[in-house]
Design a protein around this ligand. Structure first.
Ligand SMILES: C[S@@+](CC[C@H](N)C(=O)[O-])C[C@H]1O[C@@H](n2cnc3c(N)ncnc32)[C@H](O)[C@@H]1O
Length: 173
């Protein structure tokens, strides 16, 4: 299904610059968790610039093939680090300034474990944008995820509007 997640139609309603621009600036280290084929990874790599870094961590190695080919073509592959996560372990040890979790959290069976791991690598003052598909993730389920995040030390700083989605900007509390 992820292979359908980057096309001209999507760009009409999920504008990466509009969604991520307020949080990402040159020089930052960003984690794109569950990047799929890199719909947001490549714009993120442009936003962090030559001095920044995007860690793209996914559990499906098949995603990396397409992602790296697209990154090469767009001249941003040097800023992207591909990381194979495990369903029960992030496998990211670097400190990061910003985490994007776009349409993947509902696929994670132990969200508490994930949020605790993210809490350990997010820099003080760092932010995390969690976006879930509105159709698959009902309001109660999303609120439950935010409660789990709160138990792991995250506070909701804002609830930005993202098309077809439920979204929350989290900070370490
Ligand atoms: C629906 S796709 C979303 C892709 C991308 N974020 C987007 O918005 O186009 C979900 C992605 O999350 C990945 N994923 C699922 N569970 C994961 C986990 N525990 N750690 C890292 N990636 C995971 C899947 O392999 C898949 O690539």
């Amino acid at each position: 299904m992820c292979f359908t997640f980057d096309n001209a139609f999507r760009r009409l309603f999920h504008n990466p610059q509009k969604i991520l621009g307020p949080y990402v600036s040159p020089g930052l280290t960003v984690l794109d968790l569950g990047p799929g084929i890199g719909y947001f990874t490549i714009p993120l790599a442009r936003m962090v610039g030559e001095k920044g870094k995007v860690i793209a961590a996914d559990i499906q190695p098949v995603m990396f093939k397409t992602l790296s080919r697209r990154a090469e073509r767009r001249g941003v592959s040097a800023r992207i680090v591909l990381r194979l996560s495990r369903p029960d372990a992030l496998e990211v040890a670097e400190s990061v300034d910003f985490v994007l979790i776009f349409w993947m959290l509902h696929e994670v069976p132990d969200q508490g474990r994930l949020f605790r791991e993210l809490g350990a690598i997010l820099k003080p003052g760092g932010r995390m944008l969690v976006v879930e598909p509105r159709r698959h993730v009902k309001a109660e389920a999303f609120e439950k995820s935010l409660k789990i995040a709160a138990e792991a030390g995250f506070a909701v700083a804002a609830k930005p509007r993202v098309a077809f989605s439920r979204a929350a900007l989290l900070t370490a509390s």
